[in-house]
Ligand binder design. Structure first.
Ligand SMILES: CSC[C@H]1O[C@H](OP(=O)(O)O)[C@H](O)[C@@H]1O
Length: 360
């Protein structure tokens, strides 16, 4: 992996869909190293699937859709790197390495299954190289289109007197997707249409996607964002400042339960207590109709160091035990609307999910 500083020309199109984190050059994938934001903008250039898997595991790139897109490009890179005549086995090994990178975001497995199906249909390595690159590019483009469509769907149910304020958690913007964002895409659209008073952004400990990424991503576009400690969310809601809580998702199960960044479940409980509506925004590549409920979702736990330290600063005794689940599960009954590119599911349940996505 080599560091590449962003090209000044890249600034031009970022204003339309936000700050992109993934750049594909056919022979090379470039990822913006989100571990260094907001202090530093450095890009890593990757040519191997194993490098992409490491970047997903180490959260160079993160965000459920961005993880799926990056993994798809990782499979395309694997096909380019294979020299064996028997190419299917090494390609399958590359897919397995990518699949082992992070367990919760179903977009990763959705993208890998789609790439496997493309490879299965190819007769030669040359054909696989060409078709896998096209498939990864399509996954990337489809995600951006989905985000733009979800913003339109969401605003159709946000009929509150405008302008109004919202609260969001983690980062669900262009940095986490193929561009524009899921929950942050809705927030971008509210801003673009003059309907956004302010967005409160939870800092989102322990990885600080809110303070390091969302505050950075929105501030550079002039979107009115107020950063708050996670513990302040309840008081913000109690003051009556917020009409909606809008979040993303890493996996939505057949009954409408949602896995998302740790802290989402508590926001849903708080929102229900305060009579504030709770919206989950995610492309259908985040829906796992094969999983009956949130109880079965594998919840990733990461190193305790992420809680004991921030940016190398020691915040706790280094020997203290840490529980660091990076996702939680919000039950469907606490969710007022799930928005995908296929439309809005109000009061999600097994029945309403099946009406859109079919019986599991
Ligand atoms: C549109 S991003 C969805 C989801 O992914 C994030 O998790 P992470 O930053 O650990 O990859 C967060 O849960 C977002 O809501």
């Amino acid at each position: 992996m080599t560091d590449i500083s962003p090209n000044a020309n890249d600034q031009a199109d970022q204003r339309t869909i936000g700050t992109v984190a993934i750049r594909w050059h056919g022979h090379q994938l470039e990822l913006l190293d989100q571990r260094l934001l907001p202090a530093d903008e450095q890009w890593l250039a990757l040519t191997e699937a194993a490098e992409v898997a490491s970047c997903i595991r180490d959260m160079v790139v993160r965000g459920a859709p961005a993880i799926g897109i990056s993994a798809a490009y990782g499979v395309a890179l694997a096909a380019r790197a294979i020299e064996e005549e028997q190419w299917r086995e090494p390609l399958a090994e590359a897919v397995a390495i990518l699949a082992a990178s992070r367990p919760t975001a179903v977009n990763l497995f959705w993208a890998l299954r789609r790439m496997e199906a493309v490879a299965e249909a190819c007769s030669t390595l040359e054909e696989a190289r060409e078709q896998l690159a096209k498939a990864a590019e399509a996954i990337h483009a489809e995600d951006l289109a989905a985000n733009l469509a979800m913003a339109d769907h969401a605003l159709s149910v946000m009929t509150d007197e405008a302008p109004f304020s919202v609260l969001t958690h983690c980062n669900t913007g262009a940095l986490a997707t193929g561009g524009y964002g899921t929950a942050l895409g809705v927030i971008r659209r509210l801003h673009e249409t003059g309907r956004l008073q302010r967005v409160y952004a939870d800092e989102t400990r322990p990885w600080l996607q809110g303070s390091r990424l969302t505050a950075w991503e929105l501030s550079r576009e002039g979107i009115p964002v107020t950063l708050n400690a996670d513990g302040a969310a309840a008081w913000i809601m109690a003051r009556g400042d917020v009409r909606w809580v809008i979040v993303g998702a890493d996996r939505i199960t057949a009954n409408g339960d949602v896995a998302n960044k740790i802290g989402t479940y508590s926001l849903a409980v708080l929102a229900r207590h305060h009579g504030i509506r709770f919206m989950v925004v995610a492309p259908s590549s985040t829906v796992d109709m094969k999983m009956a409920s949130g109880a079965a979702i594998p919840i990733e736990e990461r190193e305790g160091t992420e809680v004991r330290q921030v940016g190398g600063a020691v915040l706790a005794p280094q020997s203290v035990d840490v529980f660091n689940p990076v996702f939680d599960v919000t039950p469907a009954e606490l969710i007022d609307a799930i928005v995908t590119e296929q439309g809005v599911i109000e009061q999600p349940s097994a029945e309403t999910m099946a009406q859109v996505f079919g019986q599991p």
